[in-house]
Each structure stands twice: as C-alpha cells, then as structure tokens.
Design a protein around this ligand. Structure first.
Ligand SMILES: Cc1cc2nc3c(=O)[nH]c(=O)nc-3n(C[C@H](O)[C@H](O)[C@H](O)COP(=O)(O)OP(=O)(O)OC[C@H]3O[C@@H](n4cnc5c(N)ncnc54)[C@H](O)[C@@H]3O)c2cc1C
Ligand code: FES
Length: 347
C-alpha cells in the first residue's frame, strides 16, 4: 500500500464506508475503510478515533435514534427511544492504530485497521459489512522516527500492538531499510496475520522466515512465537528477540544500525525496552494507553516521561521523581505520543 508522501497533517472528522471487514484470526478482524473525500498525510504510529456506532449522518432520517443529539435539551422531554438508551452503545470514539494506508487516483483514501473484539465498541465494529457507513477522527498522535544512520528496524508487536508494525514495515521498505518482524500471541489462533504459505510452514526454531505476508510483502522475514508453543518458537515474544540478539544480533555492526520498535501490552514493551537497552540498541515504544478524547482535552491518557530540560523552566517543573532520583512529568499519550523513546518512559 502506498503511503502519503509528506508528514502528519491537520486532523478532522471524515466519513466513509467499509470496503471489507474480514476475519484474520479468532478475535481479530481486518477493516478497510474508504474515505471518498481523502485523508491528510499520515505516518506509522499515528492513530484514528473510530466512531463505533452509526455515524450521525446515517441516522439523520431516524429521529427515533440518536440523530446527533447526545444531550437532553432543557426545553424538550428526553427521547427515551434514543439508541444509546435502548442498547449498549459506544458513545465515545475508540482509538485504533493505522495498520496501512493507500491513496487512489480519484483522491479517496483507504485506511486499514486491525481490531480485536473486546467490548461494546469493537463488538459493533465486528458486525460491519461492505458498504456500511462509518466515521472517524484523525490523523492523531505522533509517529515512529527513522533516525539518520540507522538502517535495520526490529519490529516487535504483541497482540493488538501488531497493526502499527505493519504500517511501519512499509515505511522502512520505502526508506530502503532492512526489517525483521517479531510477532507473538498466547496461542496460534490469536496471531492476527496472513500466512504466506499457510501456518503449517512456520518452523519452531525461531529463525526469521518469510512466513508472515504483512512483512514478507516488503521483503522482510518474521520470527513467530506463541506462549503455548502451538506455532513457531515456544515462549513469549521476548524469547524470539533474545534468540535473534544472541545469534545475528551478536554482531556489533548489526546492532549499531538497528532500531527496536515495539507496541503491545505494557509488560511486554517494558521487557523489550530493557533488552534493547542491554544490547545497546535504540528503542521506540508506542504506548496504547486507554484514552477518551484522543486530542489532548480530557487528560485521561497520562504517562510518566523523563523530564531533563537543558534549561530548567519554573513554568514546567517536574511532577515527581523516581526512587532513583529521575525527574519526570506527566505527558499525554494521545498528543505527546503515542510513540516515545523507551529510555524516557518511567514505567
Ligand atoms: C493509541 C491506541 C491505539 C490502539 N490501536 C488498536 C488497534 O490497532 N487494534 C485494536 O484492536 N485495539 C487498539 N487499541 C485498543 C482499542 O482502542 C480498545 O480495545 C478499544 O477502545 C476497546 O473498545 P470497546 O468499546 O470494544 O471496549 P470497552 O467496552 O470500552 O472495554 C473492554 C475492555 O477493554 C479494556 N480496554 C479498553 N481500551 C484499552 C486499552 N487501550 N488498553 C487496555 N485495555 C483497554 C477496558 O478496560 C475493558 O476492560 C488502541 C488503543 C490506543 C490507545
Ligand atoms: S485521550 Fe484525552 S487527553 Fe489524551
């Protein structure tokens, strides 16, 4: 999928419709949305806030349903038939990383999202079919950096942390980098990927192989791990990374040109960051902190980030210190992040 050429652009509300919503594995679906009006430029690591209920425009001719009115007016009786009162409805939009993007000749944009069904919003998304209307806010957040002088991306994605790695793989390929995917799940049928020659071709030795289509389409191999050993190397995703660091990564020149990119559950990212630090490799983490507005308003997505300004500023003092004396300030995962250098995160 081609990516828009320039950097992050202005955010806005966009309406489109579903091109497909196909099952990837037991709990994940791959949703592709077409936005006929186009979408600002995006970069891997950025996310969108999907409306996980019918867009207001789709309800305009249904006054019995939500119809854009989310507050009861003082001069009007409550409409007790409203959608959100009759059934569990995701009133707030839900954040999802971009898993890919393409732009068509007519100016429309195709956005890819991979979503895991965990609750009311993702339950609604799972029911979407071709042609259904959907709206979204975006693009939001910052993006992964490709530092000068580096040329090898180690993309470590666990569970719902995989989608931004797929988009990143494309950016690395376009920049002429090499890449290796490290993917993991508790068991084989929770791996949200397409297999190049069927899952049966995945070996258990932990060597990178061109088995995962989302990486191999850019010429990148992948290491597959499952906690229960049902596919690939048995163990956590860190077992795959550790093995690679001990074999191919043992070469100092290889480590010098590498960057670790990771997204997934916090304990996983923390362990990956620790491994990268011990190996002397830069690491960027994508913190998918639970969030509400996604735009810096509600303060629900705070994370503790190391605060070491060159010049102390009395207007931005540290919010706290770790037991080891590291100064930190609260940052917002939605606008300051979600991507941070791992050494700055106070876990
Ligand atoms: C920046 C960002 C990017 C994300 N990208 C993806 C993605 O690409 N694919 C994907 O499947 N999911 C992604 N998520 C998580 C996704 O937003 C949540 O799973 C979704 O909001 C759940 O909505 P729901 O209404 O189905 O669940 P709810 O009914 O709201 O909640 C169901 C359960 O999930 C928990 N939950 C909700 N959000 C999170 C979270 N962020 N972390 C941990 N637990 C949570 C709730 O506490 C609750 O226990 C991302 C989150 C963030 C912040
Ligand atoms: S989600 Fe509202 S401030 Fe970050």
């Amino acid at each position: 999928m081609a990516m828009a050429a320039s950097g992050p652009g202005a955010r806005g509300l966009y309406e489109g419709y579903v091109l497909f919503n196909r099952v990837l594995c037991r709990e994940h679906l791959h949703l592709r949305v077409r936005l006929p009006g186009g979408f600002p430029p995006t970069r891997p690591g950025q996310f969108i806030q999907l409306g996980c209920r019918p867009p207001d425009s789709a309800l305009a001719d249904r006054p019995d349903l939500l119809g854009g009115q989310t507050c009861w007016r003082p001069d009007a009786p409550p409409r007790l038939g409203q959608l959100e009162l009759r059934q569990a409805t995701a009133l707030l939009r839900r954040p999802f990383s971009l898993a890919g993007r393409a732009d068509e000749a007519d100016g429309s944009a195709l956005l890819d999202v991979i979503h895991r069904v965990v609750g009311v919003g993702t339950g609604w998304l799972a029911e979407l079919a071709e042609g259904d209307p959907i709206d979204l806010l975006g693009p939001l957040g910052n993006c992964f950096e490709l530092p000068a002088g580096k040329s090898l991306g180690l993309m470590v994605g666990g569970g719902v942390g995989l989608p931004p790695m797929f988009y990143l793989a494309e950016a690395l390929a376009e920049a002429g980098w090499d890449g290796i995917g490290f993917i993991g799940a508790t068991t084989a049928d929770l791996l949200a990927v397409d297999w190049e020659q069927g899952a049966a071709g995945v070996l258990a030795d932990g060597d990178p192989m061109t088995s995962v289509s989302q990486f191999s389409r850019f010429g990148f191999p992948a290491v597959v791990t499952t906690d229960d050993g049902s596919l690939g190397l048995r163990g956590r995703i860190t077992a795959g990374l550790e093995r690679w660091l001990g074999v191919a990564g043992a070469d100092a020149a290889t480590r010098r040109r590498a960057v670790v990119y990771t997204c997934g559950p916090e304990p996983m990212m923390r362990a990956v960051a620790q491994m990268a630090q011990e190996a002397g490799i830069d690491c960027q983490v994508c913190l998918e902190q639970a969030m509400a507005c996604g735009m810096g308003t509600c303060q629900s997505c705070i994370v503790r980030i190391e605060h070491t300004p060159a010049q102390p500023d009395p207007l931005t003092p540290p919010h706290g210190h770790t037991p080891y004396g590291r100064a930190w300030r609260y940052n917002l995962a939605c606008t300051d992040g979600p991507v941070f250098p791992s050494y700055r995160v106070v876990w």
